[in-house]
Design a protein around this ligand. Sequence first.
Ligand SMILES: Nc1ncnc2c1ncn2[C@@H]1O[C@H](COP(=O)(O)OP(=O)(O)OP(=O)(O)O)[C@@H](O)[C@H]1O
Ligand SMILES: Cc1ncc(COP(=O)(O)O)c(N)n1
Length: 261
Amino acid sequence: MTIPCVLSIAGSDSGGGAGIQADLKAFARSGVHGMTAITAITAQNTVEVRAVEAVSPGMIKAQIAAVADDLGVDAVKIGMLGSVATIEAVAEALGRLPAGTPIVLDPVMVAESGGRLLDVDAEESLRERIVPLVTVVTPNVAESRVLARAGEDVPLEEVARRIHALGPGAVIVTGGHREEASDLLFDGERFESIPGERHPGGAAHGSGCTHSATLAAQLAKGRSLMEAATAAREIAGAAVRDGLREVGAGAGPVNVLGLRS
Ligand SMILES: Nc1ncnc2c1ncn2[C@@H]1O[C@H](COP(=O)(O)OP(=O)(O)OP(=O)(O)O)[C@@H](O)[C@H]1O
Ligand SMILES: Cc1ncc(COP(=O)(O)O)c(N)n1
């Protein structure tokens, strides 16, 4: 039996809580081989994003082609993209992957600590160039309202419908910032609520990255969208519950591998 190979196209978090670093831990948790195409390097900790440096579009495309040409890509997770130039490079590279490769997009916009991770002028490119290409997009509530251009008065179901109309296969609005912490899945026909316990005392820096990386890993393993979404909710929730509250002065990193010394 060959192990699935899953590619994360995302930014590096020097604090190890989110981004590429979270994705590799989540891939290991789901028992797949993780590969990376780094889009940007952030100088970041649990309190703030101090600096961001984009990787060149040519180097991003080269990383994706290098792994696709040799190891093969059974699923993709996309996280921080940052700028219009990066979005163009990633859209081009995705077009060269075999048709039907599952692609999960976590539309990262702002870090939990508040720093911007997507240029405001890149929101439209994300909507037009990436969202229509993906199998499933996993915004949190705030990101879903930006993607759908919907204010607070629009019900979440309608927000999900508007995002689906942009062209992805499905939408999962994640519930970390909702009172009941349940995720909402819309596949274009039906809504499914994916419930789970809320862990208010946990540590949630990297929860969205962990969720989307787990979703990609589970799809690479051949799970259905509902099975993969259920596993991603469970694993991300447990990673928040077991999160490293004592690490850093801000929101501590999630702990998807259940590490304790
Ligand atoms: N306090 C919590 N208790 C239980 N589950 C949580 C909690 N916070 C987040 N989750 C779960 O983690 C996953 C990610 O959700 P969330 O809405 O936090 O994403 P996000 O805001 O994009 O995360 P991030 O800010 O790390 O990018 C979802 O499945 C969500 O239900
Ligand atoms: C490189 C990178 N990618 C994604 C996030 C979002 O994660 P969070 O919202 O938990 O800060 C981040 N902070 N840094």
